[in-house]
Design a protein around this ligand. Structure first.
Ligand SMILES: [Zn+2]
Ligand SMILES: [Zn+2]
Length: 345
């Protein structure tokens, strides 16, 4: 990469010397800009954190009030003048509050996308393409085999199964931040008006989305119910709970998992998922390529994920492109760890 005072690589991630801040650093730093609330990007222990108001609130919910020494909220499109550069945040379409980071001067415009998607999502602001010289992208699904289905069609599959097996509980594994609430909103949009049951790990973030004005209908906690009596219930839980003892007490459960990885049949089989739902909060191959072209960038840097094919694709189009191989960014869609707050039977 062309390192200068706008952007360089430090041992903990991307660093802007002009503004003296790191972006999504993987270890504690003095000043951090955080793109969104997923735990591999939003870590506790920084001296100062700048992010959208929603991301700060999500970090507080997940890590406690003392997650940073001090914080500063920046609204989408608001500009912060720093020493020699301007910093602004713009919607990334990934989860509520998720942002791309624009570092701009008269010389150079750099966009760090964070995680993003291009598909419509009723629970967050849509991705905003930004013109730039250097575009820094993730590549979680950076292979041409990854073409996500339309989410609406996947949710129809879930509803069809629910109609076909009305006596069976339907347990849907979905990441607790973003995916769970997006599923709820889409189900409501399709007229599903029965209560939706949730695992304790999904509760606080769902409350936050409701407080932010998202109408998710009637949400009930599983913890308050006898699981054996929840035949026909639709339950949203963290993916890890599908394999827990927790899931066994439901009446003849259908297990579903909402993830971009469900495109890979072996993954669904390996996890014992009966109803794989290809629903992702990350751009698929077409989404990545379209976005790179939309930015009009001349330089592409790939932070993590399947970088090679995307770098090859970009070079074939005359762009300068490089993988950064940043470590520490997992893919929340596949291996999520959860602190279970549900009592075992
Ligand atoms: Zn994420
Ligand atoms: Zn991520």
């Amino acid at each position: 990469m062309r390192a200068d005072d706008h952007l360089s690589l430090s041992p903990v991630g991307l660093y802007c010397a002009a503004g003296d801040f790191h972006i999504d650093p993987v270890r504690p730093v003095a000043r951090a800009v955080i793109t969104h609330g997923h735990s591999d990007h939003a870590r506790a222990g920084h001296g100062h954190v700048l992010a959208t108001r929603q991301t700060l609130a999500i970090m507080k919910i997940r890590c406690g009030a003392g997650f940073a020494g001090s914080t500063q909220a920046l609204a989408y499109g608001e500009t912060l003048k720093l020493d020699g550069v301007e910093l602004s945040l713009h919607p990334a379409g990934h989860v509520l509050g998720s942002a791309q980071v624009l570092i701009a001067s008269r010389r150079r415009r750099i966009v760090i996308s964070g995680d993003y998607k291009r598909e419509a999502d009723p629970t967050c602001a849509p991705f905003e393409p930004l013109a730039c010289d250097t575009f820094i992208t993730e590549a979680t699904f950076g292979l041409p085999v990854f073409r996500h289905s339309r989410t609406a069609a996947e949710v129809e599959k879930l509803l069809a199964s629910h109609r076909l097996f009305p006596e069976r509980a339907h347990l849907v594994g979905a990441y607790a931040l973003g995916k769970a609430q997006r599923l709820m909103a889409i189900l409501r949009g399709k007229g599903f008006d029965a209560p939706i049951y949730i695992h304790g790990a999904v509760e606080k973030l769902t409350e936050f989305y409701k407080a932010e004005g998202y109408d998710l209908g009637e949400i009930r906690k599983v913890a308050g119910e006898k699981r054996g009596a929840l035949g026909g219930a639709l339950v949203i839980c963290p993916p890890s709970a599908l394999q827990d003892l927790w899931s066994r007490k439901f009446p003849d459960p259908v297990t579903a998992f909402a993830s971009g990885w469900m495109r890979v049949r072996a993954r669904a089989r390996q996890r014992g998922v009966e109803l794989p739902l290809v629903i992702s909060d990350h751009a698929d191959w077409d989404g990545l390529c379209t976005t790179i072209l939309d930015t009009g960038c001349s330089e592409l840097l790939v932070t993590h994920g399947e970088a090679d094919a995307l770098v090859h694709w970009a070079r074939a189009r005359g762009l300068s492109a490089e993988p950064l191989h940043l470590l520490g960014y997992g893919d929340e869609e596949a291996e999520e760890t959860t602190v279970s707050s549900e009592p075992l039977p």
